[in-house]
Design a protein around this ligand. Sequence first.
Ligand code: HPA
Length: 270
Amino acid sequence: MLKTLQETVSWLRPQIPAETKIGIILGTGLGDLANTITDRKDIPYENIPHFPVSTVEGHSGRLIVGKLGGKPILAMQGRFHFYEGYDMKQVTFPVRVMQLLGFGYLFVSNAAGGMNSSFRIGDIMLIEDHINLFPEHPLRGKNHEELGTRFPDMSEAYDRQLRRLATTIAEENNIKLQYGTYIGLQGPTFETPAEYNWLRIIGGDAVGMSTVPEVIVAHHGGLKVLAFSIITDLGVLGKIVEVSHEEVQEAAKIAQPKMAFIMEEVIKHL
Ligand code: HPA
């Protein structure tokens, strides 16, 4: 894997300003943030050596090199989901690339179902912690010490200082933020009422099909993580209705300007 990674990194390095320290993963329905990126250059995934190519509707599949909040950033428009058939090394490959490019920060967004009964559709949840229910671990297999330690600590996977900064920015700008634990599982089915109920009982506030693998690898690789879920549907007993991918995308679209604003302001402060 290391050789493959190095080839990808060597190909990308000349196209990404050396001062770039911030990576962003744009989730389902959250690709519009890309429109606020300036000095923009797009690199379609299919042009990048060894990069997987994303397949799901609503995920366009490109790296965006540019500036956000006046700082150089690299954004992924479209991520790789385990349910698409990629293995965890593929799902997290772009995060390793960011690590080897010398990045220090990873910002992540996703669409998620809300189990916390105080959540509403369109709310933004700052992820404070996660529960990993994926059936495969991204760090399973031989550990490359140069990428990170064998048994990584996970007591603060979501950086406390970044969370504090995001909270302050939201408060100062009257943006309501929710806070909670994200549970990641494989999908592609949305949950049954019994599953939502169980996910709530075990400590989840929101549930989705991404983020956890990328965050584990980012944290293993020493990147500081800030992550947001947009609540696109409710897994609260009594409020559960049929969900579709289209509705998830629609709900995410409505909330995304607020999330984009917070991300941009956090970036300005780094
Ligand atoms: N469950 C899982 N993934 C999701 C959901 C959900 O309710 N909403 C958006 N992504």
